[in-house]
Design a protein around this ligand. Structure first.
Ligand SMILES: Cc1cc2nc3c(=O)[nH]c(=O)nc-3n(C[C@H](O)[C@H](O)[C@H](O)COP(=O)(O)O)c2cc1C
Length: 168
């Protein structure tokens, strides 16, 4: 069926939904994968489930598909260059990146705002993306308290609402 909008209009409209930025990581016996994502979302509190979607065309899609799990590393406000590093297709993304092993093949990036280490719960077809749902087994607190934000195709900073009343 024809859509009533162009691909560009769809992308522009999606860009109005402000998000955080994270790096999803996974590994198999041969490769380490890391991609910048903003498709991260919470799914369930009990059990604790989260999801992200990965393009089927990624160089690293086989690594994500093979892995027993993944790690979501939420970036801080001062990590825009790390986000750009993990958004470049095929580059050596791991130069000067601090890492620790996750429990299920994911890679914890240090430092970052917070990491969710996940065991794979389910994988679903999502059109030109694969939706990975993970059960969070560990939360690794990071440093910093300000998130990196993404809105209308640009990185943004969190700012207090002008005229906002403080909660009593
Ligand atoms: C802010 C931002 C958000 C992104 N979100 C996603 C995403 O949710 N899913 C995805 O597949 N790619 C996303 N990308 C693009 C991937 O990061 C990029 O295609 C990937 O790193 C290429 O990796 P590869 O070398 O495995 O192909 C995003 C890029 C940016 C800059």
């Amino acid at each position: 069926m024809e859509n009533a909008f162009s691909a560009r209009e769809f992308r522009n409209a999606l860009g109005l939904f402000a998000t955080g930025v994270a790096v999803a990581t996974a590994s198999n016996h041969r490769h380490r994968a890391g991609i910048t994502i903003n498709s991260f979302a919470s799914v369930s509190l009990s059990p604790p489930l989260v999801l992200f979607s990965a393009a089927k065309t990624l160089n690293s899609i086989d690594t994500f598909n093979d892995a027993a799990g993944f790690t979501i590393n939420v970036l801080s406000a001062d990590q825009a260059s790390l986000s750009a590093q993990f958004a470049k297709a095929g580059e050596d993304k791991w130069l000067n990146v601090g890492t620790a092993a996750g429990k299920h093949g994911g890679i914890v990036i240090t430092p970052c705002l917070v990491s969710f280490d996940c065991k794979l719960h389910a994988k679903c077809d999502g059109g030109d993306h694969v939706i990975f749902i993970g059960e969070v087994t560990d939360i690794i607190d990071g440093t910093g308290d300000q998130p990196l934000l993404y809105f209308r195709g640009s990185y943004r900073d969190l700012a207090p609402r002008s005229g906002a009343r403080l909660a009593a």
